[in-house]
Ligand binder design. Structure first.
Ligand code: MN
Length: 247
């Protein structure tokens, strides 16, 4: 690691540590740094875990989203595609000595990252998000999520139509998104494995809902009929998970 990036790395690590133990915000980085270094040898620097992505445990079985999403698609998607994104991004983060300490920080610098980190980092994060916002037997949004959707799009049906169009019209591989942009809900799509946390994304904000429209997400069951995949996907949206992301 280069000296200045190492310094930034260490400073960020101490900022995180100070917050974690509830230290007063006034605590300066230099104070924290000097205090800790005094406990180490002169040539030693404290080490912290580098940024590393982890695959969440699938919250349901491969077959749980049938018939909307078939078990074989889920199995290949989770155990092959997603696993590969996780492995590849972690390899690249190490190989390229990346000093960002959070996923958010990494993605807000997406335009400066290598293609390997951008594509696999997005793939790692987006799929963890995607598994979370699905579940068997969707009942539709209610409460504050429904209110926010009505306020931003007029009605749930209008929202559904606009989101569906974002998924259908994304040319090639990518994702459709619902985001919270400072209190306003917005719909858009990204190419490849980009997401709304990327500094150069065409849609920005806090992701609330995501739909994978890569062919690997639906081709075994739906072949070229992306519109049918999307129509059936509404039956497996976990609106409770969306509500948690809004709070
Ligand atoms: Mn995918």
């Amino acid at each position: 690691m280069k000296n200045n990036s190492r310094r930034k790395f260490i400073q960020n690590a101490f900022k995180t540590a100070a917050v974690a133990v509830g230290a007063p915000a006034i605590l300066s980085n230099s104070f924290a740094y000097a205090g800790t270094v005094s406990k180490l040898g002169l040539n030693e620097v404290p080490t912290i875990e580098p940024l590393k992505f982890a695959q969440i445990k699938l919250p349901y079985s491969y077959a749980a989203l049938e018939p909307s999403i078939d078990a074989l698609t889920m199995e290949i998607h989770y155990s092959k595609h997603h696993t590969a994104y996780i492995k590849n991004v972690n390899e690249a983060l190490l190989a390229e000595n990346i000093s960002y300490t959070t996923e958010k920080e990494l993605f807000s610098n997406a335009s400066k990252l290598s293609a390997k980190i951008r594509n696999n980092g997005g793939g790692a994060w987006n799929h963890n998000f995607f598994w979370e916002i699905m579940k068997p037997g969707s009942k539709g949004p209610e409460g504050k999520v429904l209110e926010a959707i009505n306020a931003s799009f007029g009605s749930f049906d209008k929202f559904k139509e606009q989101f569906t169009q974002a998924g259908i019209t994304r040319f090639g591989s990518g994702w459709a998104w619902l985001v919270n942009d400072n209190g306003t809900l917005k719909i858009g799509s990204t190419a490849n494995q980009d997401n709304p946390l990327f500094d150069n994304a065409p849609i920005k904000g806090t992701p609330l809902l995501a739909l994978d429209v890569w062919e690997h997400a639906y081709y075994l069951k739906y072949q070229n009929k992306r519109n049918e995949y999307i129509a059936n996907w509404w039956n497996v949206v976990n609106w409770d998970a969306v509500a948690k992301k809004m709070s």
